[in-house]
Design a protein around this ligand. Structure first.
Ligand SMILES: NC(=O)c1ccc[n+]([C@@H]2O[C@H](COP(=O)([O-])OP(=O)(O)OC[C@H]3O[C@@H](n4cnc5c(N)ncnc54)[C@H](O)[C@@H]3O)[C@@H](O)[C@H]2O)c1
Ligand SMILES: O=C(O)C(=O)C[C@@H](O)[C@H](O)[C@H](O)COP(=O)(O)O
Ligand SMILES: [Zn+2]
Length: 362
């Protein structure tokens, strides 16, 4: 199956989901691009070399930037390393950056492209479930700082996104499942059919090896979640209001990642974060018990965490105050008023927050 989802923003672009897409990704590079920077980390070195060969075959000059893996790569120092590579290869405004990797690499590559010469084109080649369904789509790019997650960044949309699902055959099952947390998020906030598919197909989705059936289910879920994201960002690219729904579970989730010094996978942290806001919504009288239980059953079925140790509230609260949805001293959460119906909860009573924390730390 090949699916194409167009993200209909002011500068529309296509997200293609299919197999064996690298040649097409290279063939569609803009004619004026002479140099192509490929940002990748060590686990994708072989595939980056393959991409380099394909780029060379079109007469262009590939430049490879191998960066530290995962969250270690999302730093100002690594961005500065990429800028040095760009500068020393005389990279111009008609040239193109390609990000090949998980969400950490696509966030970094997007940020480097956003900042180089005040913005050059970026083509994303996401290689994890999470990057395909979320990080590589929508134009949020960024890096972490000592004080928190994604605190520096820019909205800079890709000119194309190529989700080659063949990459998922080598992705460890834990990373596949972490990406499914963001798929499930799309089910809770909008496309509830996603939840039904995940519930029916959990064994295939979590199997150590992906058979053909599992690949097809995964591809359908990937395309569905991309459609959710595409619709939302097309309506509100710069997160003036609607886009905040894509942050479901992230206020608490990012706080876990920060508190754990990024040793937790993003998707795992978001999983706990979704249960936290489900409990918050229940305490606020917006969500019934069955909907909260459905969060736990879907996420635990996938093998994702739904609890976090107690006695860390002060650290978590400090991190949550730096969330981008916060306004002044007012914490703001995306919660559900029923499955598929996200709303905002602004400045909740501290007792509700403590109650939700208690419920996930039990
Ligand atoms: N910009 C956005 O809108 C957005 C959305 C969601 C998440 N994110 C960010 O994405 C990041 C998480 O992304 P992630 O879950 O992809 O983690 P990741 O980028 O850290 O990748 C996880 C691991 O998988 C490895 N890997 C990647 N592709 C592989 C493959 N095909 N085979 C084998 N190994 C492979 C990576 O090298 C890494 O070790 C976080 O930094 C998060 O903040 C951004
Ligand atoms: O695209 C968005 O908008 C999201 O919020 C998607 C999230 O899954 C993603 O983790 C994003 O990077 C979080 O952004 P932030 O603005 O909270 O840093
Ligand atoms: Zn996320």
């Amino acid at each position: 199956m090949t699916a194409v989802v167009t993200v209909a923003t002011a500068a529309p672009y296509d997200v293609t989901v299919g197999r064996g897409l690298l040649p097409a990704a290279v063939d569609s590079l803009p004619e004026g691009a002479v140099r192509v920077l490929v940002v990748h980390s060590a686990p994708l070195r072989d595939r980056a070399d393959e991409l380099k060969g394909l780029i060379e075959a079109t007469g262009r000059t590939p430049v490879l930037a191998e960066v530290p893996d995962a969250e270690e790569g999302k730093t100002a120092e690594v961005a500065a390393f990429c800028w040095r590579v760009l500068g020393s290869s005389d990279f111009t405004r008609s040239d193109v950056v390609m990000g090949m990797g998980g969400g950490a690499v696509t966030d970094l590559a997007g940020f480097v492209a956003a900042t180089w010469l005040r913005g050059v084109a970026v083509v994303q080649i996401p290689t994890t479930v999470l990057a395909m369904v979320d990080a590589a789509v929508g134009g949020k790019t960024g890096i972490n700082t000592t004080e928190g997650k994604n605190l520096v960044g820019a909205f800079h949309e890709p000119s194309a996104v190529w989700c080659d699902t063949d990459f998922l055959r080598t992705l460890p099952a834990n990373d596949r499942v972490a990406g499914l947390a963001e798929v499930v998020k799309g089910g809770f906030i909008r496309d509830t059919r996603i939840l039904e598919i995940v519930e029916a197909e959990t064994p295939a989705l979590i199997a150590p090896e992906l058979d053909e059936h599992a690949m097809e289910v995964l591809e359908e879920l990937i395309a569905r979640k991309i459609r959710v994201k595409a619709d939302v960002v097309a309506a509100d690219l710069k997160e003036s209001h609607l886009r905040e729904i894509l942050n479901y579970g992230h206020t608490f989730g990012h706080a876990i990642e920060y508190t754990e010094r990024y040793q937790w996978r993003h998707g795992a942290a978001v999983s706990v974060g979704m249960v936290f806001v489900a409990e918050l919504a229940r305490l606020a009288g917006k969500l019934d018990d069955a909907a909260v239980d459905r969060h736990r059953s879907i996420l635990t079925g996938l093998g994702l965490p739904v609890t976090y140790p107690g006695h860390r509230w002060d650290a978590l609260l400090t991190a949550m105050k730096r969330d981008k949805k916060t306004r002044g001293d007012m914490l703001r959460f995306v919660i559900l008023q029923g499955i598929g119906n996200p709303v905002r909860l602004e400045g909740p009573d501290p007792a509700l927050l403590a109650g939700a924390y208690d419920a996930v730390s039990r």
